[in-house]
Each structure stands twice: as C-alpha cells, then as structure tokens.
Design a binder for this molecule. Sequence first.
Ligand SMILES: C[S@@+](CC[C@H](N)C(=O)[O-])C[C@H]1O[C@@H](n2cnc3c(N)ncnc32)[C@H](O)[C@@H]1O
Length: 264
Amino acid sequence: MNSLKLNYDQIASQYNQRYPASQTWERGQALLELAGQTNAKTILEVGSGTGFWLNLLNQTGAAMYGLDYSMGMLQQAKGQPAPLHLSRGLGTQLPYRSATFDLLYCVDAIHHFGDHRAFILEAYRLLKPGGALAIIGHDPHEGSSNWYAYDYFDTVYDTDLRRYPSGNSVLTWMEQAGFHSITSQVVEHIQNVHVGEAILNDPFLKHNATSQLALLDEQTYEAGLERIKQALSAAKESGEQILFRSDIHVKMFLGYKPRSIYSA
Ligand SMILES: C[S@@+](CC[C@H](N)C(=O)[O-])C[C@H]1O[C@@H](n2cnc3c(N)ncnc32)[C@H](O)[C@@H]1O
C-alpha cells in the first residue's frame, strides 16, 4: 500500500465504466426525491467526480454545481450533457458564499476529504435555512456489508476502516454542526454474486475500478488476484462451486439546516 490518497486524475478516463447505462441506481432516486422534497433550486455536489449524479439531478431544473479536487475528473464532468457549474477545490474549504444552496450532497466521497467534520461544518455554512445535507456511502465500521475484495486483498479492509468515518460519528458531527431531523437509512443494497471463474470478469476487480484496489501497489494487487485464482483452482479440484459476493448497504445520512435559529 502506498498512501491513503488516490490520484483520481489517473483513473478519470475509465471511471464511468462503473455506471453502465443499463443500470438504475436507487441512491439516484433517493437524491431526486430529496431534491423534490426540498424544492431545490440550487444544488451542490462535493466530490462530484465525473458529474454522473449532477447530470441525473439536472432533470429537477435546479442550477447544478459540482466541486472536485481532481482536474481529470472535472474534465470528464465537462463532457456531461447537463450544464454544470464546476469548480476545483477541497471538500473542507468550499469556495462559495454562505447560504447559497438548497441541497448539498456527496456520494462515495466523504472518506477522501480527510477532515470529515470540517466538510460537515462547511456544508452547514453553505446551506440556506431549511436546506438539506445528504452524505451517501457505505460504512465499513458497521459490519453489515460484505465484499469479497476485503477477504482476498491484503490491507483493503483495514485501510477502509481508517479512511471512512463511522456512521455514528457522521451523525454526531451533523448534530454538533446544528443540523436537525437527522436520519440515516439504507438507500441502496448492492448484491452481486459471481459464480466461479465469472469473478475474473467483474469490472470492479480491475486495479483502477475502485479507490480500494487502486490504492494497492502492483505487488499487493497481484497477490490478491493470485489468491482468487488459487481459490478457483482449489474449488475446481474438489468439484465445489465457489461464490464471490458483494453485499453492500449504501446509506444516506440526512439532516436539515434549521429555518430559523428558533426551529432547531
Ligand atoms: C469515488 S469518487 C466519487 C465521485 C462521484 N461522487 C460519484 O459518485 O461518481 C470520489 C471523488 O472525490 C474526489 N476527491 C478526493 N479528495 C477530495 C477532496 N479533498 N476534496 C474534494 N474532492 C475530492 C475525487 O477526485 C473523486 O472525484
């Protein structure tokens, strides 16, 4: 393992492979519902990557803003059909005026921001009164998710525990920042089973498909692949079927900025 920082510029051009056109995403539906419910006219995604979710939410008619640290990802986002206001910056120092957005969210990104709490404080500052913050992603601390890569690749699970804030911490920080009506719910349950050799065609097994595997150096990645191949051979020899499961609960942590200081 090199460091906990991944250079998204290097994987930007292949990143959208994770979003095949044939798939619908329940977390996208959850965001659309939230945008409707908050009657959002201005929306910001922090860690907006290639702009996939911003493009989806553009159908709400809101003005769409995205911020990301990676120039490569921002470059990809420029190619989205939706008109997006894109900026380069850090999730912990957001370059916008206070009380600008009705909805501010991040998807699969808070674990990259380093100081997770600083992001939540910035989100609070940027939301208009009554605006909503939604933090979407999985919580490896909870133990309800299962991903075969955690079993076959060294250091991946431990690194995730270090990178991801626990759901409980996120809820506490939101409360301390001043959010109210805070909830967490599973908005998407990813369940994939690859039977036997089919695992070798899983797009998420590629070295650069997820930040978890992309953080591994070549040697550690290859050692994990080799372990999978050995398990396949052992299963073949004993005539057994081997299953590789991805069973991941994607959560949304949601809170609202009070409409007035008296309504919290
Ligand atoms: C897993 S991608 C998620 C992209 C997008 N939200 C999605 O769901 O497709 C994480 C994104 O966070 C961005 N990122 C990493 N560190 C960041 C930081 N400190 N501030 C802002 N963005 C950051 C990366 O460049 C990358 O685009």
